[in-house]
Each structure stands twice: as structure tokens, then as C-alpha cells.
Design a protein around this ligand. Structure first.
Ligand code: GDP
Ligand code: MG
Length: 169
């Protein structure tokens, strides 16, 4: 079996559900009191896609500006990025552009980019699926929507990532 190492960075505005999304996938749970990430947390997971094993290192970054100086270290050698926003918070969608620029500035290799609209369980949507899809395509990213809280769409994101990373090389 072929083994591929995926380095996934998870970025986005504070409070959009980055940590909740990763924890939902890794631990199959949701905790309403996720402690806010200081700098970054690191997770490992192993996935099998057909006859390929993808070993993911997941770097869950904090979105806070004050950590920005640390961030390039997390980007280094990343071949996948989750750009997370909250569909009920317009500004969190707008700030995806900043993260995309950061990634493009810091990463020279090929990278898989997934834009993820989280919190679809909430009623007050401020960003339509169409707009998010259109924007994602314009930057060469794939768009997914999910709810870390209700466990909707999470599996698809991580399986999609593993598949895309396994097709990179
Ligand atoms: P991070 O700062 O991006 O890592 O965000 P967190 O994972 O810490 O989540 C921020 C807040 O949003 C917490 O109160 C979570 O419980 C909540 N949250 C995360 N995902 C969801 C979701 O899918 N739906 C709802 N309703 N709340 C969520
Ligand atoms: Mg967090």
C-alpha cells in the first residue's frame, strides 16, 4: 500500500467552529465549551482511500491576529487547508480572503483548498450557498457546508480531503 502524508492546516475567523469541526471528526463528539485555541493544537489521523493510506497531521490554528507571526510555521509544508467560516457571520466569510492570501504567500507547493461553511444548523444565514460556491470556485477551492454541532457533512469533508491529497502527487 502507498502511504501519503497530508499536512492539513485549519484556518478562519475566531469562533467559526474550527476546533469543533476537527474534534467532531477525530473524536466523534461535540463539546459546547471548547477552550479557545492558544496558538495551535495538533492531531493525527489515518485514513484509507482505496489502496492508499493518508496519514494526516492536522494543525488547528487560532484565528487571532495576535498569533499571526506564528502562523507561517504552521503553513510550512502544508498540502491541504480548511478555510472555515460561519454561515451566520458575514465577516467570517469575508475574512476567508485574507487567509487565502496568507496561504498563497506562504506556500509554494501544490495545496488542496476546501472552503467550509459551518453552523448550518443555525437559522440566520448571512451567506448563501451560491455565493460561497462561486467564491470557492474562483479561488480554485472546493466548497462544503457542515454542522459540527449536529454532525452534518463532516465525514464528507475529511474523506474529500484525503482523496484530494492522495491525488496531488
Ligand atoms: P474556533 O474558534 O473556530 O475553533 O471555534 P470553536 O470550535 O471553538 O467554536 C466556537 C463556538 O461555536 C463554540 O461555542 C461552539 O460550541 C460553537 N459551534 C461550533 N460549531 C458549531 C455548529 O456547527 N453549530 C453551532 N450552532 N455552534 C457551533
Ligand atoms: Mg479553536
Amino acid at each position: 500500500m502507498k502511504v501519503i502524508v497530508g499536512k492539513l492546516v485549519v484556518v478562519g475567523h475566531p469562533g467559526v467552529g474550527k476546533t469543533s469541526t476537527v474534534i467532531r471528526y477525530i473524536e466523534r463528539t461535540f463539546n459546547t465549551e471548547v477552550s479557545s485555541t492558544i496558538g495551535a493544537s495538533y492531531f493525527n489521523c489515518k485514513m484509507e482511500i482505496e489502496d492508499i493510506i493518508v496519514k494526516f497531521q492536522i494543525w488547528d490554528t487560532a484565528g487571532q491576529e495576535r498569533f499571526k507571526a506564528m502562523v507561517p510555521m504552521f503553513y510550512r509544508n502544508a498540502n491541504a487547508a480548511l478555510l472555515v467560516f460561519d454561515i451566520t457571520k458575514r465577516e467570517s466569510f469575508d475574512s476567508i480572503k485574507v487567509w487565502v492570501n496568507e496561504l498563497k504567500k506562504n506556500i509554494r507547493e501544490k495545496i488542496v483548498m476546501f472552503v467550509v461553511g459551518n453552523k448550518i444548523d443555525l437559522p440566520d444565514r448571512q451567506v448563501s450557498k451560491d455565493e460561497a460556491l462561486q467564491y470557492s470556485h474562483s479561488i480554485g477551492a472546493t466548497y462544503y457546508e457542515c454542522s459540527a454541532k449536529e454532525d452534518q457533512g463532516i465525514q464528507q469533508i475529511f474523506v474529500g480531503l484525503a482523496r484530494a491529497v492522495s491525488q496531488l502527487s
